[in-house]
Design a protein around this ligand. Structure first.
Ligand SMILES: Cc1ncc(COP(=O)(O)O)c(C=O)c1O
Length: 383
């Protein structure tokens, strides 16, 4: 069946008790067991270890990502943390994309590093650089593609091959494109991760995360960590995310079309110094964008001529676009990563990987594109 059919029907069936077409919010801590011998015969024991509403979402995401099993978490960062803590031990070497969400960088530098994991940041856009950075004890490659906020792409198939030949796990943060446009497991990755906060929910209503595994052994290891570390998603968040997933393809198509029009508008604007959007032929990795994903997504960034001061004037004065963290929602958002999402990344490292001080990030929503462009036009005129 096609993606749009599966995003609605996969993982859910009308409630057997009442016929409720939506999976109920199973707000229960514990589950009565029929007898000692039949413990867990209905699949649930205690909501830290598993919850029927959360399970429905996990099954839906497994289907959409074309994986084997999924675990859902209280936040996207809980998902990142679960992956890193499940598959790495003291003495192991970890390779992380040198451009990644600031929270991932912060967790690696300020938490994981305390536990004896040797962390290196590599240019995952360049498979040769990754190959050269591999060591005998490399146990994981963690890539994010497109990367937040520079939009740099990593070649998922090439990195997966490198990881496989080293016996390492390759985890892809697939938040920006979602399984509608990009399915890392089909390209050879072992794990596909989401901040479901973003497009999977899509309505600025929740925070959550998910990890889909390509095989049951990896899936079981993540399930174990989900209950042991106590990082499971709540049933209300799972329920809202279940509803969000049903419109994923429609939202993504329209948001991406809006983003394409906005990127083209910005590229032609005399006050714009540069624009990065994978759907522009001028984008340095346009060919890779076309070959490993079926769409370009709705995230982009640009720099206003006049640098940081002009960019700040634009962000402080723009109408319609909300100045806020988050991305992927129906509301269009504008963000200054250097002071917001990536403030904890070392300034020299930010500069080295292209997170320039004047970078203005756009998460394009579902409003009428003419209105979004009008607002940008007015703000650029005043910048
Ligand atoms: C690419 C990416 N991964 C992970 C996260 C972390 O997700 P959350 O904010 O849900 O913890 C974010 C948050 O912005 C993100 O952009």
């Amino acid at each position: 069946m096609g993606f749009s059919t599966r995003q609605i029907h996969a993982g859910v069936t009308p409630d057997p008790l009442t016929g409720s077409i939506l999976t109920p919010i199973y707000q229960s801590t514990t589950y009565a067991q029929p007898s000692v011998d039949a413990y867990m015969s209905k699949g649930f024991s205690y909501s830290r270890a598993g919850n029927p509403t959360v399970r429905a979402l996990e099954n839906k995401i497994t289907d959409l990502e074309n994986g084997v099993d999924t675990t859902c978490y209280g936040t996207g960062m809980a998902a990142v943390q679960a992956v890193l803590l499940t598959f790495l031990n003291a003495g192991d070497h970890l390779l992380v994309s040198d451009v990644a969400y600031g929270g991932t960088y912060r967790f690696c530098m300020q938490v994981l590093s305390r536990f004896g994991v040797d962390i290196a940041f590599a240019d995952t856009a360049d498979p040769d650089a990754v190959r050269a950075a591999m060591r005998d004890n490399t146990r994981m490659i963690f890539s994010e593609t497109p990367a937040n906020p520079t939009m740099k792409l990593s070649d998922i198939a090439a990195l997966s091959d490198i990881a496989k030949s080293a016996g390492a796990v390759h985890c892809v943060d697939n938040t920006f494109l979602t399984p509608y446009y990009q399915r890392p497991l089909e390209l050879g990755a072992d794990l596909s991760l989401h901040s479901t906060t973003k497009y999977m929910d899509g309505h600025n209503a929740t925070v959550g995360g998910s990890v889909t595994a390509a095989n049951q052994e990896l899936g079981d290891a993540l399930k174990f960590m989900q209950k042991t570390a106590g990082v499971i998603m709540s049933p209300q968040v799972a329920w809202l995310t279940l509803q969000g997933c049903k419109t994923l393809s429609v939202r993504l198509e329209r948001q991406s079309a809006n983003a394409q029009a906005i990127a083209e508008y910005l590229e032609a604007h005399p006050k714009v110094a540069q624009v990065a959007y994978p759907g522009l032929p001028s984008f340095s990795q346009y060919d890779l964008a076309c070959s490993q994903a079926s769409g370009f997504g709705a995230m982009l960034w640009f720099e206003v001529k006049g640098g940081v001061a002009a960019g700040k004037r634009l962000m402080d004065n723009i109408e319609l676009w909300t100045l806020a963290e988050n991305l992927g929602s129906v509301e269009s958002l504008i963000t200054h990563p250097v002071t917001m999402t990536h403030a904890d990344v070392d300034p020299a490292e930010r500069a080295r990987v292209g997170i320039i001080d004047g970078l203005v990030r756009l998460s394009v929503g579902l409003e009428d594109v003419e209105d979004l462009i009008d607002a940008l036009d007015q703000a650029l005129a005043a910048a």
